[in-house]
Ligand binder design. Structure first.
Ligand code: NAD
Length: 369
């Protein structure tokens, strides 16, 4: 056994959450064996499951568990058809997820987008724009910028109203997200494209200057700058040019969704939200990019890959176990290469593809680890 035991809070949530979480935990157990790691995994309710169990979307006991853990593996929360009368601030999406982001100061959001060549049919772009497959990572600042800057208000003026949102960034906020971006690039193809609007925004000038200065500490990473409007276009025209894409909050919100569309299915997309590092462990919350998919929940139809790859990100960014993260990613790659497809990525025209359910996909990936 390894001398370190990593403490994981597993919060499956609602809809497909429990089935895809089961799959991810099965894969983590396989990794634990193979790499002689030790995971202390504790499951707890969140979302409607939290409301049903303890009257709160984020029960006190669940929050306490998260505080005592090194990382949170999160499923998804929210069921659109459940009690529409419950106030907005008590609904799971806000009361659980936004609360956790705030509680743990999760300032960096990482969204890898990978599309292996064999899944070219899932991508809305023509095959010749996909190169040998897509593989990029959007790193988004999550706690600053226009979404949180003050003043933020709507006031009356003669003839109507005036709405004010304020875009604010400080040097330390840009520095810490830049470090996350450069370090992520080091684990990949060592290229970072920093996105801004330095031709128009004061924030853009400070962003560009700060990222350039931090970049000097990462001489092995190639840094380039791109205006956000051009980046939106380049993602559609030539997505293979990108490795790590570093963005402030609002630009990252928009570009990460645009990039996600390239993968074709939400069922393939993991994400990481990172907070502070202490004692070699970076606190993080890891979750699929998609939601609770009520349309397919409980039917063994959900693609567990987004949740399984979220567990891989946890190993990479929270526990600094690149070897184990890569083993999971390789196992996912093998299952796909072997032709296994859940419904969301199945192409009936592909004679080598075999349609499988959540559990069969999980079994194959765990076995490949
Ligand atoms: P959704 O992501 O749940 O579903 C959109 C579509 O993608 C559906 O057709 C669904 O079947 C499909 N899909 C998503 N994940 C899949 C998977 N793993 N495998 C196969 N198909 C998958 O989005 P929605 O329907 O707009 O939202 C449903 C609920 O989820 C809402 O209550 C919403 O608020 C919530 N939600 C939660 C989160 C979160 O917890 N982070 C994120 C987004 C939405």
């Amino acid at each position: 056994m390894s001398s370190t035991t990593f403490k994981i809070a597993a919060l499956a949530g609602d809809g497909i959450g429990p089935e895809v979480m089961r799959a991810a935990l099965q894969v983590l157990r396989a990794v634990e064996k193979k790499f002689a790691l030790s995971f202390a995994i504790t499951e707890a309710p969140v979302g409607w499951a939290g409301i049903d169990a303890a009257g709160q979307a984020l029960p006190d006991a669940t929050l306490a568990l998260c505080r005592a853990s090194d990382a949170i593996l999160f499923g998804s929360v929210g069921l659109p058809d459940r009690d529409p009368t419950i106030p907005k601030e008590q609904r799971p999406e806000r009361a659980a997820l936004l609360r956790l982001r705030k509680e743990f100061s999760l300032f960096a959001n990482l969204r890898p987008v990978q599309l292996p060549k064999v899944l070219a049919h899932s991508c809305p772009l023509r095959p010749e724009r996909q190169g040998d497959g897509l593989d990029l990572l959007v790193v988004r600042e999550l706690t600053g910028g226009m979404y949180f800057g003050q003043p933020k208000k709507t006031e009356e003026i003669p003839g109507g109203h005036r709405a004010i949102d304020t875009m604010v960034y400080t040097t330390p906020e840009i520095e810490r997200i830049a470090h996350v971006g450069f370090q992520a690039a080091r684990l990949r193809r060592k290229k970072l494209t920093s996105i801004d609007k330095a031709n128009v925004l004061e924030n853009g000038i400070l962003w560009r200057e700060t990222v350039t200065r931090i970049g000097k500490q990462y001489a092995d990473v190639t840094l380039e700058h791109m205006f956000v409007d051009n980046a939106a276009m380049q993602l559609m025209l030539r997505p293979t040019q990108f490795d790590v894409v570093l963005c402030e909050n609002m630009f990252g919100d928009i570009l990460s969704d645009e990039a996600a569309a390239l993968a074709g299915s939400l069922g393939m997309l993991p994400s990481a939200s990172l907070g502070a590092t202490s004692g070699g462990v970076t606190f993080g919350l890891y979750e699929p990019a998609g939601g609770t998919a009520p349309d397919i929940a409980g039917k063994n139809l959900a693609n567990p890959i987004a949740q399984i790859l979220s567990a891989a990100l946890m190993l990479r960014y929270s526990f600094q176990r690149e070897d184990a993260a890569r083993a999971i990613e390789a196992a996912v790659g093998k299952a796909i290469a072997d032709g296994l497809r859940t419904g969301d990525i199945y192409n009936p025209a592909d004679a080598t593809a075999q349609k499988v359910g959540t559990t069969a996909m999980a079994d194959a990936i765990a076995a490949a680890v």
